[in-house]
Design a binder for this molecule. Structure first.
Ligand code: CUA
Length: 181
């Protein structure tokens, strides 16, 4: 008697299942698939729409000779077209070259950083500029400085005894009101 009634209960429960999958399990499967879709979309948007990518072969340099190579031989900031600048920065034990980057307010600056020795960091206070600096690789980021002021940059990757002394400053100065030429 008791055997028969329990058998009926199991049959009732089975009729509530779809394709033999327990509803809880089905919901967890849906959640897992949704999370994968979200992750894939996140990576796709970051990589293709926003251009955020790992450092590639085109950004490789030889750390042993980089300080004598091309723009790295004269690190610093240069105007490449009106309102647009590029800054080459070498991060080495234990200083940044240059220690100061001066630009007029509203300038768009593309910063290139590399290291000839070991791993450093490059973080500019009050901006979203925050890069790892790896020997043999060029880290790059473009940023527009909209406010006048001083924006210190620091090494945020512990690199030894002089780590705390690795610092510099971006000086954003009022624009001269026209080009000086
Ligand atoms: Cu360089 Cu810490």
């Amino acid at each position: 008697m008791s055997d028969r009634s329990s058998g009926t209960a199991v049959e009732d429960a089975n009729s509530n299942l779809t394709m033999g999958i327990d509803p809880y399990e089905r919901n967890w499967m849906r959640a897992s698939i949704a999370i994968l879709v979200i992750f894939f979309a996140t990576i796709s948007i970051a990589g293709f729409a926003m251009g955020i990518q790992p450092i590639g072969e085109d950004q490789e340099v030889d750390p042993r000779t980089v300080t004598e190579t091309g723009p790295w031989a004269e690190p610093g900031v240069r105007e490449i077209e009106p309102g647009k600048y590029e800054a080459y920065v070498i991060a080495q034990t234990w200083a940044f070259v240059p220690r100061e980057i001066e630009i007029p307010v509203g300038s768009e600056v593309t910063i290139y950083v590399t290291s000839p020795d070991l791993q450093h960091g490059f973080k500019v206070t009050d901006t979203n500029i925050n890069m790892q600096v790896v020997p043999g690789q060029v880290s790059t980021m473009t940023y527009t400085f909209e406010d006048v002021g001083e924006f210190p940059y620091i090494c945020h990757e512990y690199c030894g005894r002089g780590h705390a002394t690795m610092a510099g400053v971006v000086k954003v100065v009022p624009s001269s009101g026209g080009s000086d030429s």
